[in-house]
Design a protein. Structure first.
Length: 228
């Protein structure tokens, strides 16, 4: 049995081997999500990444490999590195209770377009419309429109990732995000799984996550590639 610690070191890999196996595309041991779901990939043997990236570039123009420390190899004739996002993984230690004053509702398939539009308004480039199928999403409505959301992304038998934490710029600084993250975290705990999240180093939201009981545990880098 694979330990939780090992799974956390390679979250994309183990998500695709467990809960999200139905979304898996495999290139000789380098694993990717179907590009309509998510453009993330992972590996255990770095010598295989160049060939795999060449193949995945045929179905997705831009895509990521996610790794804790290793640097993927690429075929520069086919693929180029757009940027390396230096990120970190945060894991919940003990959830700190906060007051939930907002009406938080589960988001159904009916809101898939609104979710997509809000995420791309606030955080463009990293979310596919069918990422909705990776986990549960929750939202807050104001003035008859969806203004703040929080969702779930990577999942294994042991953990679920909190993701897609966005609030419309006109509705920030009202405590919406922290309530949504708290609610989503509670929903994960109800499944007896560990809540985790990933963010870039220096993100101003890190103190918010720490306030809820999340702690930075390791680096987690996101290598963004493009097809030439």
């Amino acid at each position: 049995m694979t330990s939780l610690e090992k799974k956390l070191k390679n979250p994309v890999w183990f998500s695709l081997n467990e809960t999200h196996n139905k979304f898996l595309i495999d290139y000789d041991g380098v694993q990717f999500y179907h590009p309509e779901i998510c453009t993330f990939g992972a590996f255990t043997d770095v010598t295989k990444t160049a060939k795999a990236l060449n193949e995945y570039s045929k179905v997705s123009k831009n895509f990521f490999l996610v790794s804790e420390h290793e640097t993927p190899l690429i075929d520069t004739a086919t693929v180029f590195l757009e940027k390396k996002i230096e990120g970190c993984q945060m894991v919940l230690e003990t959830l700190v209770d906060i007051e939930i004053s907002e009406n938080i509702v589960p988001l159904t398939e009916n809101y898939i377009d609104e979710i997509y539009e809000l995420i791309w308004l606030v955080m463009p480039g990293y979310y596919q419309k069918r990422s909705f199928n990776m986990g549960n999403f929750f939202g807050i409505f104001k003035d008859q429109k969806l203004v703040s959301i929080c969702g779930q992304r990577m999942q294994t038998d042991d953990f679920i990732e909190v993701s897609a934490v966005v609030t419309h710029p006109d509705y920030t600084r009202r405590g919406l995000a922290i309530q949504l993250v708290s609610h989503t975290t509670q929903e994960i705990l109800k499944q007896s799984k560990l809540p985790v999240l990933h963010t870039d180093k220096g993100n101003t939201a890190i103190p918010l996550y720490e306030k809820l009981g999340y702690k930075i545990t390791r680096d987690m880098n996101w290598w963004l590639y493009g097809r030439k």
